[in-house]
Design a protein around this ligand. Sequence first.
Ligand code: SF4
Length: 384
Amino acid sequence: MKTLIENITNLYKNRIELLKAKDKPKIGWVSIYTPEEILYAAGTIPFRITGELGIDITDAGALLNHNYCSYVLSCLSEGIAGIYDFAEGILFVDACDMRKRLCEVWTTYLKPGFSFFLDLPRDTKQISKDYFRLQLGELITLLEHHFKCTITDDVLREAIDVYNETRRLLQQFYTLRKSGLAGITGNEILSIVKAGAAGLKEEFNKNLALLIRHLKTYNRASTNVEEAATEKEKNNDSKKHRVLISGSYFDNSAIIESIEKFGASVICEDISNGIKYFESRVNPDEEPLKAITDYYLEKTTCARVVDSTRRLNHLLQLVEEYKADSVIYFSLKFCDTNLLDFPYIRDQLLEKGIPVLFIEGERHMTNIENIKTRILTFLEARMY
Ligand code: SF4
């Protein structure tokens, strides 16, 4: 099974080399509201910029400000270092003010061959959908002009199928996870989701399908939620304290490792590089542009887009579905959108008897030991 997992996680680990080797233009993105299907239909390879390489953020801080969230600063620092020089362009979404400024700085100083700024309405009213759809039309026109292609409904449908397949497989994988994925670590699962956004869709879909087939055959894991609950009684792995992570972009492997070493397990990540990336699907039976508009505007759970109550209800539903015992809410420093929601979400979770721990940190944390101690103290009080 380890080989099957590595085949997928290597797609993320080696993404830069693998993307460079592809004979198609590449377009980077920094928000899960990026309509990847449209970029794919233009014959490009859309991939997520993750800011994971740990490059010094001093220059990025000088161009923006040091009180920007470290996701934005680390993405920009990779851009400044020339990591994405192989890409033809980048697409920005108005998902928060910091990403808006990132767009201004990136397009002014790094001068990508192609760039687009997509304004993202905050609600799902018809007028918002009409406005969003107009912008998608403008994006299509610019892509057709720049990449000398024609984006027909049929090409869009093909793209929707590829992306829906990724979502379907990841949803299936997470359903298996509910009953315990013995032998797969929390960090491996996060790397699998990140590989799904790394632009290598065909390879990803093929390899994840193989892994799921293996899990179903050899782990006899269940795809049925009720059966999964029964399995929980039998499966030692499922008896562990189950932690759900919510909040900003989070992929700190040292923290996940320490949670697992302590005897608990991370059961779901309600974050943009977790379940938020692949929930629900684009309706394949609708007119493609309408279906894409509806999908991205109705996407649940982002602190920027939906009201806090809708977000809370979604979180509560995940706690129930994944039988989570506690929630760790992680916010990157200076992330106003996630910080603003937290007091309300904390109060509501506590009222319902769900323990919650708030952690505020940086992308590449220097105070990691301090944070690990807080997490372990929180878990200890609930596990023993
Ligand atoms: S972490 Fe917060 S501030 Fe940073 S890009 Fe995401 S939503 Fe914006």
